[in-house]
Design a protein. Sequence first.
Length: 195
Amino acid sequence: MSYTTDELIKFLELELRATWGGKRIIFNAEEKLDNPVVAKAMDLEKMSRVFVFRDFRQQIHEYQLKHKVSGVIWRTVNFQGKSFRCPEVYNQLIAIEGDKEILMNAKSSVLDFWRDATQGMKFYLSIDRTSPISQEQLEKLYHQGEWAELDGGTEEIYLGLCWGNPKEYIYQWANPASGYHRIIATYNQPSEINI
C-alpha cells in the first residue's frame, strides 16, 4: 500500500523542520553550486540545507509518479463569512496524471462561488490594478482558463484562471503554452498585496 497525499505532506513538513533545525546537512554543497565564486560568497551551511530538502522533495516527487499519488489537496477559502473548498496542487508536491482533470472538473463550482461572493464588486487584472475590467472581458477570461483557483483576503478575493501544465503554469517562461490570469475582486481599489 502506498502513502497518501496527506502522509507525503507530513513527511515533507517533518523533513523541512529537521533540515532547518540543523539535523540534516550535505557535505558537498560547494560542488552542487557548481560555481566556486558563488560558493565562496554563500553561507554553505545554509545552502546545504536547501540542497538537502530539495533532494528529499525530488524523492517524494519520484514516489508520487511511481505510485500515482496525487498532488491535489482540498483547501478551504474563506471570504466575508462565506466558505468554499477548492482543489489545488500542494506547493511542495507535483501534479500527476489525472490531477489536471480534478482541477478542471472543479472549475464551474469555483466560478459559481466566485460569482456569488463578488456581487457588486469591481474586477481588476493583477498586472493592471488601475483600470477595472468589464464583465465582458471577465467572461472571456473565464472561458480561457482550463481550471480556476481561489484565494481570499479580508477585503479582496482573488481568482486564478489557469491553463496548460499544472506543473508549469505559474512560471512566466511557460507562457503561452501554460499560464494564468489573476483577477482581483474588491469594492474599492485593489491593495498592493501580491497573492
